[in-house]
Design a protein around this ligand. Sequence first.
Ligand code: NI
Length: 179
Amino acid sequence: MAVLEIQTDDAPVLRQKAVSVQEINAELSPFIEDMFETMYEAQGIGLAAPQVGVSKRIIVIDIEKHHPEYPRIALINPVITLTVGEELGEEGCLSLPGVRGMVRRAALVKVEGLLPNGSKIEFDASNLMARVLQHEIDHLNGIFFTDLLLPEDQELLELQPEASEKTVTENENSLHGNK
Ligand code: NI
């Protein structure tokens, strides 16, 4: 396994629409394990393949520590098929170090996609899991959370790296974590 380099800020790959995975082959599982390792190394809770420079529709999420009802998951070609309600919550992003903001997201989502073994999965998610899913799937479409901030919401919070790190340890609702 390997820790991959996380792309940040204006890296072009972060603004591309990622392509669907056409074939679940032997190379996929090691790459997904590298994505998990990279995410853990950066103290994040979600990561999308474009964030490590691979423009494919793959995401990994692990919020199990705080929400054991959602075991860690890797999703291939994930699609949100239903959204319900709205919720305002704080987010950060490993690709936008030191930046946080308040983002409106659907409170509940229904998601379908493929697991690394090729089997189909469909499930409902709420609260933090719904938020992380929406954030990571946005990355597959070249969208940053900062694109979604509404003027009436809190202004973008530009934090010093030290302050940011402190925030993430104190707030389990922080996405990804920022170092
Ligand atoms: Ni992100």
